[in-house]
Write a protein that binds this ligand. Structure first.
Ligand SMILES: C[S@@+](CC[C@H](N)C(=O)[O-])C[C@H]1O[C@@H](n2cnc3c(N)ncnc32)[C@H](O)[C@@H]1O
Length: 284
């Protein structure tokens, strides 16, 4: 099997074929990179077996994968050597140690399947470092919280989400490292709601955020390859543009509860004058 499209088996023994997500991310990088990949330096955070890093290096980019687990790193290095790739490096580190001083700057930062393994408050500093090392855009492929259950305060603002368990209470560091798809050490992680995720990306400095819809990113589950779609997962692209000065239109935060703010135009009835002007005579 081609290691670049290998079936992931990170979810409690159920084989999950993630290849549509892989296609989505690679297509997004190629579409949004406004220059040949060979001109770009790309960072892959929580790179696991290097699937994304290797693919982008094969297409010419200079790639650095940061991964906290030795087992994954060894696998990534084997593939790199098998393909004789010189333009991809893998280092073993905790992504929470990311800084411009340590790793320099990158045109594109891939934050794929990693954000929801981090906990507050370090998740905030991590996102700030992602912004700091990023020159153009970051792709954040992540689970989100479906309900705002708990909040964390960071720099005077509240961010909502829910806590998610990464490791059983009292797990040893050896148990944790063997849990290949999980956090490195934190027992719990923090999942932002979609609203808080958009807000925090703005507050760390990204000037605009896009939700990727195509390519479709379904999953094929189990040996039957059932077609499924995550209920609570998005692929966001956060751009580090120049924030525009526009006094006439202030920017606001996303509210947590959308329901109470929905504007439903079907509740608006048009006046007889409007209808006379805009509807032709023979319309009922
Ligand atoms: C769910 S996997 C995602 C792998 C890959 N990015 C993808 O999207 O297919 C999470 C990866 O992040 C790594 N990881 C989790 N917490 C980390 C941390 N604090 N520092 C470095 N790697 C971490 C795990 O070892 C695992 O390889």
């Amino acid at each position: 099997m081609d290691p670049r499209t290998a079936i992931n088996d990170l979810s409690k023994g159920i084989p999950i074929d993630n290849s549509p997500v892989f296609r989505r991310v690679i297509q997004t990088v190629c579409d949004l990179a406004r220059q040949p990949l060979a001109n770009l330096r790309i960072l892959d955070l929580g790179s696991a077996h290097g699937q994304y890093s290797i693919e982008l290096a094969t297409r010419g980019a200079q790639v650095l994968g940061i991964e906290g687990r030795k087992a994954w790193l060894e696998q990534a290095l084997r593939t790199k050597n098998d393909l004789s790739l010189r333009n991809v490096e893998f280092v073993r580190d905790d992504v929470r140690n990311l800084s411009k001083e340590k790793y320099g700057e990158f045109d594109i930062v891939l934050c794929l399947g990693i954000l929801y393994h981090l906990d507050a408050p370090r998740i905030f500093d991590f996102l700030e470092s992602v912004f700091d090392v990023c020159r153009d855009f970051a792709i954040v492929e992540t689970h989100f919280a479906l309900e705002p259950i708990v909040s964390h305060k960071w720099r005077g603002k509240y961010y909502w989400g829910f806590p998610s368990r990464e490791h059983p209470a009292g797990a040893t560091s050896q148990d944790k490292i063997k849990n290949l798809g999980a956090s490195l050490d934190n027992e719990m992680s923090f999942w932002f709601t979609e609203a808080s995720l958009c807000n925090v990306l703005r507050h760390v400095g990204f000037s605009s955020v896009y939700d990727c819809r195509n390519p479709m990113a379904n999953l094929y589950i189990g040996s039957e390859k059932q077609f499924k779609i995550w209920e609570n997962r998005v692929t966001l692209v956060a751009f580090k543009g120049l924030p525009i000065g526009l006094d006439a239109a202030a920017e606001t935060d996303w509210p947590e509860s959308l329901e109470e703010h929905f504007f439903r135009p079907d509740a608006v009835s048009f006046t007889p004058e409007f209808n006379k002007l805009h509807l032709s005579e023979d319309e009922p």
